[in-house]
Design a protein around this ligand. Structure first.
Ligand code: HEM
Ligand code: FES
Length: 443
């Protein structure tokens, strides 16, 4: 009987069927394993590194071979949803967080040859860094810079961007490396910009009490063409982004200081978004350094009509802070609403709770942000038919979730957060039901 060993988790499991994929093995043994597209060979988040036993694996499917070639994978990287084992293998899962999932897009660029892409380019710079560096020890400056980059990097990564580079106290994020939809690309960049402002607000609370300082920053966002590729001495090549539009983005960021605003975007960004979707506080024609003509810049402070999912996305971390407690409470609530559902969990709900929490976190935070999530949810809905789940069970799931959110958040649950969860659940469960209905419809 072939065995699969998960190195980092230190778990070895056995599989008695040669037909199941490595992803199926993880799911059957309740080992959390990202599979954003539901196992359709599209998202690459299920990838594993094979450490031993590669000869016992099925050859790559055509889909996997194409992806491996386009992304330049070495042969030890395999897609778990496309691969099965006929003998013992040792592997490690590669994607364990949104940050790793997002940064994988860098592979879509023909690194050696370079590629021209339509991108949203975001620059963010810490203001008055020199004064901060002069008045703190070297140790503290490095600590503060690292906290700054951590706080600002997360919003880039969770909104579908990658961190391209740092220059001193400046960070550059790119959006759209593996996406061709300008509206989605620009809204990802804008969500990141607004997320950065919130992150700095929280960081400042901490820095004010530890160091007596507050960081101010400027953010510039532009949409245009850029050449992306690996550049540098052969011993130190880095993903680099080059082009006039990159310089424009950087200069827009510099203008924030002059115009006394935090976030400035070009007209090119605003035009890619639905009319009136940004909350614009002022508009100005300005001459960017090194440019001959004036350009229109918009100072913005948020979305005019924030996403209905935003508050659910912000509170999902708190809700799932203790995944076991969340799951225990959730299943108790669901079985109180519809007791016969307990019978579907033939293996009990213990380890299943970790799978549910992991998946909820992935899909809630991935809604609108990660393009494979909707298709993945439909596939999940189809798979749930096999677990005995029927369409009318989804209302019980919804009711149990809302009750659990109330139980856990208590007085912290505002009407707005509750409404956001309600809409988020409608979309998630709606997509699962859509997948399930398509499967059960007579062909
Ligand atoms: C209609 C309500 C639902 C019911 C009654 C239900 C029930 C089940 C059952 C019985 C299993 C199989 C457990 C086992 O094999 O031990 C399962 C697996 C799973 N469920 Fe659900 N479920 C529901 C909705 C959801 C939702 C909304 C999500 C997340 C968005 C979810 C996430 C999962 C995951 C991640 C698994 C592991 C297997 C896989 O990935 O296919 N379920 N569910
Ligand atoms: S590619 Fe395997 S789950 Fe998406």
């Amino acid at each position: 009987m072939p065995s699969v060993r998960y190195r980092c988790a230190g778990i070895t499991v056995e599989t008695d069927s040669l037909d199941v994929t490595l992803l199926d093995v993880s799911i059957a043994h309740k080992i959390t394993h990202w599979h954003e597209c539901g196992g359709n060979g599209r998202c690459t988040t299920c990838r594993v590194r094979v450490l031993d036993g590669a000869s016992h694996l099925s050859p790559p499917t055509r889909r996997e071979a194409e992806l491996a070639q386009a992304r330049g994978w070495d042969p030890t990287i395999r897609l778990a949803c496309q691969t099965s084992a006929s003998g013992d293998v040792t592997l490690e899962r590669i994607v364990l967080s949104e940050a790793t999932a997002s940064q994988l897009q860098a592979e879509t660029v023909g690194r050696e040859a370079g590629a021209e892409r339509q991108l949203a380019i975001l620059f963010c710079d810490m203001r008055d860094f020199t004064a901060l560096a002069d008045s703190n020890s070297a140790f503290d400056v490095v600590h503060i810079l690292n906290r700054f980059f951590e706080a600002l990097g997360d919003p880039i990564l969770i909104n579908g961007g990658i961190i391209s580079h740092y220059v001193g106290d400046q960070i550059c994020g790119l959006f759209g490396l593996d996406d061709a939809d300008p509206a989605r690309i620009c809204s990802g960049a804008m969500r990141a910009a607004f997320g950065m402002v919130e992150a700095i607000y929280r960081l400042n609370e901490e820095l004010a009490s530890s160091f007596g300082i507050r960081i101010r920053m400027g953010i510039g966002v532009h949409f245009g063409n850029a050449i992306v590729g690996d550049v540098g001495h052969p011993t130190l090549r880095r993903l680099t982004v080059i082009g006039d539009d990159v310089n424009t983005a950087s200069r827009i960021e510099s203008m924030t200081k002059e115009l006394g605003t935090t976030i400035l975007v070009s007209r090119a960004v605003a035009d890619r978004l639905a009319d009136g979707s940004l909350s614009v506080t002022s508009t100005k024609m300005a001459r960017l350094r090194g440019k001959r003509n004036d350009v229109e810049l918009l100072a913005v402070d948020g979305f005019a009509d924030p996403s209905p999912f935003a508050l659910a996305q912000r509170s999902v971390g708190l809700l799932l802070d203790d995944p076991s407690a969340f799951a225990a409470q959730f299943y108790a609530n669901m079985f109180a609403i519809q007791p016969e559902l307990e019978g579907l969990f033939v293996n009990g709900t213990g380890a299943q709770g970790a799978m549910l929490s992991h998946m909820l976190r992935t899909v809630v935070s991935g809604l609108e942000r990660r393009k494979h999530v909707p298709a993945g949810l439909q596939t999940m809905g189809r798979k749930h038919i096999g677990y005995g789940v029927e369409l009318d069970h989804y209302d019980s799931f919804r009711g149990a979730m809302l009750k659990t959110i109330d139980d856990i958040m208590g007085a912290g649950l505002t009407r707005e957060i509750e409404e956001s969860w309600s809409e988020t659940l409608d979309v998630i469960l709606g997509l699962m039901k859509k997948g399930a209905s398509a499967e059960s419809r007579p062909k």
